[in-house]
Design a protein around this ligand. Sequence first.
Ligand code: BV8
Length: 225
Amino acid sequence: MAEKIVILTGAGISAESGLGTFRDADGLWSQVRIEDVATPEAFARDPARVHAFYNMRRAAAAAAAPNPAHHALARLQRDHPGEVVIVTQNVDDLHGRAGAEVLHMHGALARALCASCGETWAAPPEMAPGDPCPACERPATRPDVVWFGEMPHRLDDIADHLAACSLFAAIGTSGAVYPAAGFVREARAAGADTVELNLGASDVSPLFHRRLTGPASRVVPDWVD
Ligand code: BV8
């Protein structure tokens, strides 16, 4: 039977590319509060502050480079055409820049969204409140990311992949955010083998059959090769 491998990645896979994680000791959520920068209410209250947060992260992502973990997943996908689905919670573009096809369930820093007409386009390096939408020209542009309380992208497709997978791997994610943190349960219900690759333990580690512990730039290439 052709393998179907579903891989979920989180901020930990980009940590060694120099991008901050969220919940590690020096993580982003220790510097700013989710309620101030990553909810629709925060954007309505202070769009300039939210844009500044994402402008900073967009610049950091542009200055970062994929690390051996990103390249190993792209290699795995290339060597097993049609059998490897990569779903990322990350909004950086490092998987894509490593050559992987990836499903951005929480959106992408590199994209802008019009909250009025739904148009999306390549985001400029700096976004500001009132930037006009290139399609409807209304001043309703925002980062094309999924904030807390908003529906993640492609959940039906992801559910279909999980229901058909024989192997599920979670890489560099704390298992703190749903619905992504629940994917391991869906994979197990489908009878899949499950493996967690992480620097340490996550909130959902007990749900995995196997765990490979260490930095992604080492354990992911070892696992792939
Ligand atoms: C929603 C985009 C309605 C923006 C993000 C149950 C069901 C459904 C929803 C909920 C639920 N319970 C609670 C909720 C609400 C909420 C939620 O989960 N809250 C949490 C805080 C309790 N969820 C939502 O609001 C979601 N939407 O619910 O819609 C709905 C209802 C039902 C069903 C479906 C939908 C929307 C969530 C998306 C929010 N947007 N990001 C942005 O990036 O600014 S989430 C944010 O957290 C990032 O995307 C991030 O990726 C994600 C998860 O964090 P991680 O990636 O895991 O990063 P973290 O820092 O936490 O962990 C890093 C890990 O890496 C650690 O384990 C560490 O050990 C490891 N690591 C570090 N270094 C390395 C390493 N590993 C390897 N190598 C290293 N070198």
